[in-house]
Write a protein that binds this ligand. Structure first.
Ligand code: NAP
Length: 276
């Protein structure tokens, strides 16, 4: 048994995705959504371990709190400051990983988009998803990262942290039209890792004029499949990618950690699309 913990958790598409893969592989496994409140997290983790559950994914609000409950942490989870996958090993070991970063790159690879090695990239957002994407981009070997965020102080402190912890050049700027347009000028990749653009107010479109080929525009939001940002980017002739592949691949990577088996990504994608 594996599953996902969250509060709320009923909205999670992960059970559909993982159970479809188990069925396709004829594996006698099940993936269950567990509603766990923040105050019950420690006892829930101890309970999973005692019951012999193999692992769980974590969603809001547990990703940060799990950092202190694991016995071993992957370097990516440590950099991101959040755990999205727990693996319960024998002898009381609890391994905490974050598969979002590798899922982000796997989706690019699958789409045939070249990794932006030695290039400049622009990341919109400074929250948990942006941290995962920056971890991925650092591993890919980008030259420069511009963090753009509505709350400018968060962009600046995150950029300072990147510059201190890695060899990548990083700057943080506010989400304002002129600055964003300049930042986009010679960037190979623009990534939206904010929750903006979903509520009618769309400051992300500040960079509309700056999105020109050969820049690739990657919006990790997946509902709707073509976000306003991607619509404008495609109309400008840019190659675009939404967040569906990242969601599937972060799940596939967790599946592989728990079972040792590479799941059928196409089956997981179909199940996810059907559930959406
Ligand atoms: P988070 O930690 O809460 O961070 C939210 C970020 O969005 C912050 O940078 C915030 O800016 C910004 N933001 C929120 N509303 C905005 C608006 N109206 N205009 C401009 N910026 C706005 O959330 P998260 O976990 O990073 O998730 C961010 C998005 O990524 C969500 O839409 C989530 O669904 C998506 N996501 C997708 C995947 C995937 O697998 N495809 C994985 C993870 C997340 P401030 O700092 O100014 O508040």
């Amino acid at each position: 048994m594996v599953g996902v913990i969250g509060d709320p958790v009923s909205h999670s598409r992960s059970p559909a995705m993982h159970n479809a893969a188990f069925e396709a592989l004829e594996m006698d496994w099940v993936y269950v959504p567990f509603h766990v409140r923040a105050s019950d997290l420690r006892s829930a983790v101890a309970g999973f371990q005692a019951l012999g559950i193999r692992g769980v994914n974590a969603t809001i609000p547990h990703k940060t709190a799990l950092l202190s409950l694991v016995t071993e942490l992957s370097p990516e989870a440590e950099f991101i400051g959040a755990v999205n996958t727990l693996v319960f090993e024998s002898a009381g070991k609890i391994y905490g990983d974050n598969t979002d970063a590798r899922g982000f790159v796997a989706a690019m690879d699958e789409a045939g988009i070249e990794r932006p090695c030695e290039q400049k990239v622009v990341v919109l957002g400074a929250g948990g998803a942006a941290r995962a994407i920056v971890a991925a981009l650092v591993n890919v070997g980008v030259r420069e990262i511009v963090i753009v965020n509505r709350t400018a102080s968060k962009a600046e402190s995150f950029a300072e942290e990147i510059a201190v912890r890695t060899t990548v050049k990083a700057i943080g700027i506010p989400l304002v039209e002129e600055a964003l347009r300049i930042a986009c000028r010679d960037a190979a990749l623009l990534v939206n890792a904010t929750a903006g653009g979903m509520d009618g107010v769309d400051p992300l479109l500040f960079c509309a004029d700056g999105m020109l080929p050969p820049m690739v525009v990657y919006d990790i939001v997946y509902t709707p499949p073509e976000t306003p940002l991607l619509k404008v980017a495609a109309a400008n002739g840019c190659r675009t990618l939404n967040g569906l592949g990242m969601l599937v691949h972060q799940g596939a990577l967790a599946f592989e950690q728990w079972t040792g088996i590479r799941p059928p990504v196409n089956v997981m994608t179909d199940a996810l699309v059907a559930s959406l």
